[in-house]
Design a protein around this ligand. Structure first.
Ligand SMILES: Cc1cc2nc3c(=O)[nH]c(=O)nc-3n(C[C@H](O)[C@H](O)[C@H](O)COP(=O)(O)O)c2cc1C
Length: 129
């Protein structure tokens, strides 16, 4: 079983999450939803967020801190931002601290993804499922 989780304030990362969900064959869930909590064993967790003032949003940080690492076999990170890819490092670090195996390759788009980038994100996700 796979899962897609994301946090998006203005919709850019949500678009990417939807494309990844399409590729992975699962419906993406925003981390601020109650149903985002991981209760079953996950083979591949696709997880993404954006960078806001050099950091992740508090909601995203809290979600990452709440993950039960023993339930996630492998994680794949995606992100959008204006210029810095630091969000990717921050998400990866939080997952690794949970003992989760994090795939090196990531899916990144600057701000709002276009149609071509959404197709690429879908293809990217398919590689892991
Ligand atoms: C308040 C705010 C702060 C931001 N800070 C940064 C930043 O420090 N570095 C960066 O590269 N992008 C920054 N951005 C750009 C966002 O990361 C980028 O637009 C991202 O795609 C937003 O994702 P979302 O639409 O999923 O919320 C910032 C955007 C906002 C609104």
């Amino acid at each position: 079983m796979n899962a897609v989780r994301y946090y998006s304030k203005s919709g850019n990362t949500k678009l990417l999450a939807e494309a990844i969900g399409k590729g992975a064959g699962v419906i993406p869930i925003s981390v601020d939803e109650d149903s985002a909590k991981i209760t079953e064993n996950i083979d591949v967790l696709f997880i993404g967020g954006a960078l806001y003032a050099y950091g992740l949003d508090k909601v995203m940080n809290e979600y990452l801190a709440s993950i039960d690492g023993s339930k996630v076999k492998k994680a794949v990170v995606f992100s959008t931002s204006w210029i810095s890819k630091h969000s990717i490092d921050l998400i990866k670090k939080a997952l690794k601290e949970k003992g989760i195996d994090v795939v090196e390759d990531t899916c990144y788009v600057r701000n709002k993804p276009n149609e071509k980038q959404l197709k690429e994100a879908e293809k990217f996700a398919k590689r892991f499922v």
